[in-house]
Design a binder for this molecule. Sequence first.
Ligand code: TMP
Length: 206
Amino acid sequence: MEQGRFITLEGGEGTGKSTLARGLAEALRVKGREVALTREPGGAPGADAIRALLVSGDANRWSAMEEALLFAAARLNHLNHTIRPALARGAWVICDRYYDSTRAYQVAAGGLALSDLLALNALIGAPPPDLTIVLDLDPTLGLARSRGHEIEEDRFEKKDIAFHQKVRDEFRAIARNEPQRCALIDASEGAPDVLRLALARVEALS
Ligand code: TMP
């Protein structure tokens, strides 16, 4: 059985990742592929329990290091219970956020040392994605889109605009520095255009 493909979607708040994830999953299923649509933090029962700790409550509830450790625990649980089994049976995994989110939120915006994140990634054996789609949008627009949607899950949305600007800048830098792995897409385009551009990169993985 051929190993599947590991595709991650990244970007700030309100950039349209979940709409894109559903569109990509649908397009791949039409082509007859098995798709595992999943997200972080979460994607497995243990990781979902950790998600509740991370995305709710006071904005300053956790330090960047504390968050990174919780995200890493959730990620390992997700890899073991969902991602690795799906890839092994040949499924194409579409994962809404992965370790680039830790780099943008906890390292660039939160002040965690990059070497600490790299050490955590090595510790949990986090595999690199085959493709990462980065959705780019002015955070003022993104936050206006996302605020009020999931009231119980707004812990990061409550952080100030300077935090979200650093997140955006880091995602752009990641995409610029790793053009082989990453596709940077302007999320101010309509959802159909974003899907078309993303699909072109996904189909190149076949
Ligand atoms: P979501 O709103 O896309 O479901 O993601 C939940 C929040 O978690 C979002 O505000 C970004 C944040 N996050 C991090 O700060 N670091 C990470 O590693 C991940 C996966 C998410």
